[in-house]
Ligand binder design. Structure first.
Ligand code: ARG
Length: 465
């Protein structure tokens, strides 16, 4: 399986007599995936060429020919007229070879004072940066959708759960706002990652810098970077920015998977809290009555690709000696896949959030079950009778047991029943036993009261949109 050697590589083949074995080419070639870096690669080359001209390293004439050629290549790739060739290995050499076809030997001057090592590090940083900016917009769109639904359901009562057991009534709007906060932090993590990665490796060359009088500030500024990277070895050999991106993407995926799981639970027959339309469900080929929340299930599952990519790239970089090694070519596919996956999951989640139709009666019914206002009763005993909370908890427990034996809710116990347990109880206690009064009373900052939810929606719009 060694294959027939082909001609030696045009870009680095000077010292090679034969070409690579077919299997060597197969394991080495990255053009099938790194073609996605073409816009960033061309932008980097344009900045580099302009700087070389300004520094007198390249003639203005060559610089113009290079720029014109690169613009044309950009157009060809955009239009789908470009032939990517596997024998040119990667995006960098595909662009350069085409440039040589277009402008002749001057193309060979573009690579002065740079290496593919700083080139790819620059391209990839630019790509991750562009991707973060796009994802941020999509995360914002999800927050917008959640906020619209939260506002609409500021008063809608649902059961709040702990241990997936009915705990206390909350509002549906409040529940949705929890995800607005999570996505807000996810956006913050991506913004942090963006700020840290925004340094330009260009000019680090292969690993040691270059002897040409280049201006690294100029290329950094032109490409929108905050500054050039400070150490050439570090610049060509770390991919922590991609790992950070994958970590932030993974965490976002984990958050989306929790919402997806809740959507799945809420759609299920025993809950029936929400209904998704035909737009976000599928049928069963054997059970005609089924309406399955496949989109939510896939969002839940696709998180695996994100965390898988993160662990994969951590493992690639672990133990790599400085500086560049070809191992690093393995940084791109997990990063591309994570970006695509997250983009898809965000769009699907936003779609489901806008699509879901809550069954407010079903939610309220469950919210009122399971003695969910027992805490309100205990709080009343503390507030009105001055009982210590621990004693109030005990009294409430006895009342819950009594209601349970009688097969009724707390609100259905008579005043006499109550006074049998705690003689000082008066009729006012019944005011706190409805789910409505319960949520209305939760007015501490960050609490579930409908008025607070409305205020939180307004505040969140200011903070996030
Ligand atoms: N395709 C390579 C990568 O993605 C580009 C850098 C190649 N550098 C080298 N010294 N072979 O990492």
């Amino acid at each position: 399986m060694t294959g027939k050697p082909s001609d030696s590589n045009a870009a680095w083949g000077g010292r090679f007599a034969g070409g690579p074995a077919e299997i060597m080419q197969r394991i080495n070639v990255s053009i099938d995936f790194d073609r996605r870096l073409y816009a960033q690669d061309i932008a980097g080359s344009l900045a580099h060429a302009a700087m070389l001209v300004k520094q007198g390293i390249l003639t203005a004439e060559d610089g113009e020919a290079i720029a014109r050629g690169l613009e044309q290549i950009h157009g060809e790739i955009d239009a789908g007229n470009f032939t990517f060739r596997r024998e040119h290995e990667d995006i960098h050499m595909n662009v350069e070879q085409r440039l040589a076809e277009l402008i002749g030997p001057a193309a060979g001057r573009l690579h002065t004072a740079r290496s593919r090592n700083d080139q790819v590090a620059t391209d990839f940083r630019l790509w991750v940066r562009d991707t973060i900016d796009r994802l941020d917009g999509e995360m914002k769109a999800l927050q917008e959708a959640l906020l619209a639904r939260a506002e609409e359901h500021a008063e809608t009562i649902m059961p709040g759960f702990t241990h997936l057991q009915v705990a206390q009534p909350v509002t549906f709007g409040h529940h949705l706002l929890a995800y607005v906060e999570m996505i807000g932090r996810d956006r913050g993590r991506l913004a942090d990652c963006r700020a840290r990665l925004n340094e330009c490796p260009l000019g680090s060359a292969a690993l040691a810098g270059t002897s040409f009088p280049i201006d690294r500030e100029a290329t950094a500024t032109k490409l929108g970077f905050a500054r050039p990277t400070a150490n050439s070895l570090d610049a060509v050999s770390d991919r922590d920015f991609a790992i950070e991106f994958l970590a932030a993407a993974s965490l976002t995926g984990v958050h989306l998977s929790r919402l997806a799981e809740e959507i799945i639970i809420w759609c299920s027959e025993p809950y029936r809290f929400i209904r998704l339309s035909d737009a976000f469900t599928t049928g069963s080929s054997i059970m005609p009555q089924k309406r399955n929340p496949d989109a939510a299930e896939l969002v839940r599952a696709k998180t695996g690709r994100l965390t898988g990519g993160l662990v994969g790239l951590l493992t690639v970089i672990k133990g790599l000696p400085l500086a560049y090694a070809k191992d690093m070519q393995e940084d791109k596919e997990p990063t591309f896949e994570a970006a695509d996956t997250l983009e898809l999951c965000l769009a699907a989640t936003t779609g489901m959030v806008l699509d879901m139709k809550p069954d407010t009666m079903a939610m309220r019914r469950v919210a009122a079950s399971g003695f969910s206002t027992a805490t309100d009763l205990a709080d009343w005993l503390v507030r009105v009778l001055g009982l210590p909370f621990r004693q109030a908890h005990h009294v409430t427990g006895t009342l819950v047991k009594l209601a349970e034996t009688k097969g009724v809710d707390l609100a259905d116990l008579s005043l006499g029943d109550m006074q049998g347990v705690e003689p000082k109880i008066v009729a006012g206690i019944f005011d706190v036993l409805t789910v409505e009064s319960s949520v209305r009373s939760r007015t501490s900052f960050g609490g579930t009261a409908p008025d607070l939810v409305r205020a939180s929606v307004a505040a969140a719009r200011k903070r996030f949109l």
